[in-house]
Design a protein around this ligand. Sequence first.
Ligand SMILES: Cc1cc2nc3c(=O)[nH]c(=O)nc-3n(C[C@H](O)[C@H](O)[C@H](O)COP(=O)(O)OP(=O)(O)OC[C@H]3O[C@@H](n4cnc5c(N)ncnc54)[C@H](O)[C@@H]3O)c2cc1C
Length: 379
Amino acid sequence: MAPRNPDIIVIGGGIAGCAAAYYLSKEGASVALFEKDAVASHASGFAFGGILTRGGVGEGHPLHGLSIAADRLHTSLEKSLIDESGVDPEYVKRAAVFLAMSEADAQSSRAAYEQHLRSPAMGQADLRWLGRGELSHVEARIGPKILGGLYDGEAHEVEPYKLTLGLWQAAERRGARLVNRAVTGITRTGGKVTGVQAGAEKFSAGAVVIANGPWASEAGAWLGVPIPITPLKGQILRLQAPEPPMTVSFWWGGDYAASKPDGLLWAGTTEEYSGFDEGTTAAARDKITGSLIEALPYLRDARLVKQTACLRPLSADRLPIIGCVPGIDGAVVVTGAGRNGIELGPAMGRAAADIALGRTPDFDVSALGLDRFQPDSHR
Ligand SMILES: Cc1cc2nc3c(=O)[nH]c(=O)nc-3n(C[C@H](O)[C@H](O)[C@H](O)COP(=O)(O)OP(=O)(O)OC[C@H]3O[C@@H](n4cnc5c(N)ncnc54)[C@H](O)[C@@H]3O)c2cc1C
């Protein structure tokens, strides 16, 4: 049952919505989370779970503040979420190696390493360039095309489904309520949000957080304010791989592979513009397998156990959207994390919670507002 008049309604039970609900309920707000399917049943439950950016992206980048906050909040969730929710999000510190398969890749990895050495965030990072010889001591089964790799010793991984579920269950323990309904509209009086509509039924609230991932453009249509989000499908294979498991995760050209705590090796991925179709395809399986075998030929003998597909919310400029809906009091949008929603999700939810409560987040998300897409925006 929904509280009839929660302070705040959150639309969408992915990581963005569950993190918003988590931080709102921590602040004592009464929250109702509307989810059309089940918590973490879309991208937030089927992502790869890589958390790569330690110390954040560089100063001046629109994601600078958000990425530093994400790092801080993951550190805190790693300590507290299991006690707050009863769910272990399975954070593991596992080095990531960004493979170079061409001289151009190797040069850009070395340049990234050198730039990182000069950056103030270096204190938190353990980045090193490893030539092929050094890298083969880390993993002897690398393919012949690999020239070396950028080794990030501070990378983490998390189980995305459990992190999202944990955020939700912690919110629920503080009184947040799940409403298993599809929102079909946002109600308003004048320029002020009054709640949401689910079919014929109306639910009142003082503010509404739009966190429905790739479906956020629908909410834009309800409000008459475009939210420029499209679904970007990605697929992952889970494989029974020859022993022993890999001790690091590998990343190359948009693809990746790691041995996971479930005993399987996960490998991805694709970037497909195919609307809201969430089905798996043989073409994706072949594309991922081909790329994987090129990087790690020993996986030719791996057996496919499971293939998953889901939709990333991608904004028009590939950056998240966090902020008020211009001209509509009480409507906050938080979506568009694309390929980085598990990494950025807690910080996105924290910022959305602050904005919904009428506060300014304590990290800078001002470059990420929906207003940047307004025709008269002069950013
Ligand atoms: C293959 C793949 C691998 C990935 N790997 C990583 C990774 O390693 N690291 C990383 O940081 N990120 C990764 N991501 C990205 C990450 O998964 C997404 O950015 C993130 O999960 C998006 O979260 P979200 O809450 O915005 O959306 P979603 O998880 O899609 O949640 C939105 C929710 O809203 C609900 N909803 C929609 N419309 C309504 C409505 N009208 N009423 C009620 N509910 C509604 C949906 O049912 C859904 O549950 C990966 C994504 C994919 C596809």
